[in-house]
Design a protein around this ligand. Structure first.
Ligand SMILES: CC(C)(COP(=O)(O)OP(=O)(O)OC[C@H]1O[C@@H](n2cnc3c(N)ncnc32)[C@H](O)[C@@H]1OP(=O)(O)O)[C@@H](O)C(=O)NCCC(=O)NCCS
Length: 153
């Protein structure tokens, strides 16, 4: 079984930007939420193989802002463990609703969140066309709409 641990990023550690960019191609957007969020990393030995950015929004809601796993490490359960970690964090803080947003073409992420119990809350049509300067294609599909998912805790 794969051994890795999840820990908070230390205050003097740089954010794992290459990983975070796998989930969101805009560094500018990542920086816009990083400072109001908590960043965690999944570590195998001393190698950072995954990242999670978690944001408390008010007394009852929180949002997963970013979750990403290094390509070579995908499909081994790390993404699921990171989402489970976010769910535990939310429960510890008595959060009632956990949200996460992704793209209509981000099929592995949609599968991951659905497997973790999230359901679709809303779809913001054209979000990625309005907010990102370059067209985004993944899994042979254009990413146009932002899908917001919700988990009741
Ligand atoms: C999305 C991502 C974090 C998933 O991480 P991962 O470690 O590969 O996922 P896991 O191995 O933990 O799989 C979790 C579940 O999702 C499912 N899943 C993962 N990738 C899948 C795929 N490509 N197709 C179908 N299902 C998939 C698995 O079957 C698994 O379900 P199970 O645990 O019930 O068997 C990873 O693909 C990634 O980093 N992608 C790039 C960044 C990104 O898109 N982040 C999300 C942006 S919102």
């Amino acid at each position: 079984m794969l051994q890795f641990k999840i820990r908070a990023l230390a205050p003097d550690e740089p954010p794992p930007m290459q990983l975070l960019l796998l989930a969101d191609p805009s560094e500018e957007i990542i920086f816009s939420y990083l400072h109001q969020s908590h960043t965690f990393v999944a570590e195998h030995a001393t190698e950072i193989v995954g990242a999670l950015v978690f944001q408390l929004q008010d007394n009852s809601t929180a949002e997963i802002m970013n979750v990403a796993v290094e390509e070579d490490w995908q499909g081994k359960g790390i993404g699921r463990q990171l989402v489970a970690y976010a769910i535990d964090l939310a429960r510890q803080q008595s959060i009632k609703r956990l949200f996460v947003c992704t793209g209509n073409s981000t099929l592995p992420a949609l599968a991951l969140y659905k497997r973790c119990g999230f359901t679709i809350e809303s779809i913001d049509k054209g979000y990625f066309l309005r907010n990102y300067p370059q067209p985004i294609f993944e899994n042979g599909l254009q990413c146009t709409d932002r899908v917001k998912l919700r988990l009741e805790l």
